[in-house]
Design a protein around this ligand. Structure first.
Ligand code: ZN
Length: 133
């Protein structure tokens, strides 16, 4: 029984959907961390490929399928934790899995949001990593 299924999304392109119920705190997706890039490698990427970069834990993670298909939402149902997407609320089978990209954006990431959620901020923008803490 797969935990998730990838299919066409109303938000954008294809998305990741829950294939079973998840409880808050459950790991929904474990990221493939076999593609962690240096800043130099990141800078050489095409703009297209940069869309699949998650800047997490000060590392450039080149997201692989299926986790790269998780769409952005301003009111997400997962958060990034230990290189996983973890449910931050209960998720029912069939719901689209989403995360807030602005939590781990890079400087080139800046796009209009189409999540149409009540708390939609309209666009996603880069927030500088908090290096100075
Ligand atoms: Zn939104």
């Amino acid at each position: 029984m797969p935990d998730i299924v990838v299919k066409k999304s109303r938000i954008s392109g294809i998305g990741v959907f829950a294939a079973r119920d998840f409880k808050e705190g459950d790991i929904v997706l474990k990221w493939d961390t076999g593609y962690i890039l240096t800043k130099a490698e990141f800078e050489k990427m095409t703009r297209e490929d940069k869309r699949y970069i998650t800047f997490f834990d000060k590392k450039y993670v080149f997201m692989q399928p299926p986790e790269r298909y998780v769409n952005h939402s301003c009111n997400p149902n997962t958060i990034g934790k230990d290189f996983c997407d973890v449910a931050n609320k209960d998720i029912s089978k069939g719901e689209e899995i989403t995360s807030d990209y602005s939590d781990y954006a890079d400087e080139d990431l800046n796009f209009e949001c189409r999540c149409k959620g009540k708390s939609c901020k309209g666009f996603v923008k880069y927030q500088a990593p908090k290096d100075n803490i």
